[in-house]
Design a protein around this ligand. Sequence first.
Ligand SMILES: Nc1ncnc2c1ncn2[C@@H]1O[C@H](COP(=O)(O)OP(=O)(O)O)[C@@H](O)[C@H]1O
Ligand SMILES: [Mg+2]
Length: 265
Amino acid sequence: MSVYFATGNEVQLFERAYHRRLPVMLTGPTGCGKTRLVEHMGSLLRRPVVTISCHDDLTSSDLVGRFMVTGGDVVWTDGPLTRAVKNGAICYLDEVVEARHDSLAILHSLTDHRRALYLDRAAEVVRAPETFMLVCSYNPAYRSSLKELKPSFRQRFVTIPMRYLAPDREAGVIVAEAGVDPDTAARLVRCATAIRTADEAFHFEPPSTRVLVSAAQLIAAGATELDAADACVLAPLSTDGAITDGLREIAAACLDTAETPGSPH
Ligand SMILES: Nc1ncnc2c1ncn2[C@@H]1O[C@H](COP(=O)(O)OP(=O)(O)O)[C@@H](O)[C@H]1O
Ligand SMILES: [Mg+2]
């Protein structure tokens, strides 16, 4: 089972929302642990997690199901949301902001006292069992996105804002995930923290815990810290070389820049 390092009281809040049958909205930057938290809560609450990645072609039929022709017969086939409701699972709609508003309207009756899914086309009402939980996530700071969730939709959820872990905890994640030594992990976190601070001037999506874990995995496989940071931390930040040059200096000042790469494990 994968480990989850808490940043605050999000585990308790999630658990309370689950027991009160309230839907949850996780917000926070990419790679800060939203998916990991949902997986963790699934095993803690002993519920299966059904993940649906949202995108702008997603229709309400993709969520609830549709009639399909199989062997000459037309039969109703449940979509992932309907299956999750019937199984009393945790249904996780990842990047919900990517879905169109009309596709999300189907969720309204699930997020209030009704706790039911109205399948108009199948002429069926699916009542959610006590263990069913709806969880959505989105990244409010993603600046290139022109999409926004409606305030009325946001207000249907208990919102749990998530952020990057404190430096020592984030280093702990990197050690646990990639098996690098604590000093290497601490240097990677220092590098990320410096770039996240510079972000206030540059306005790019800051480097996440995810990219630090990837960089650490390359280091564990024998890459130098600078090469790993270049490939995983700096390159994804921007396509503008000028910004990357400035940031490479910031990164180099934080990392172990010894010439010899470590031996691959
Ligand atoms: N709080 C955390 N505890 C454990 N691992 C984490 C945590 N936050 C981030 N990670 C690491 O970063 C990776 C990306 O996290 P993820 O949950 O997929 O981010 P998000 O869903 O917010 O984009 C995970 O696979 C894990 O290695
Ligand atoms: Mg995710």
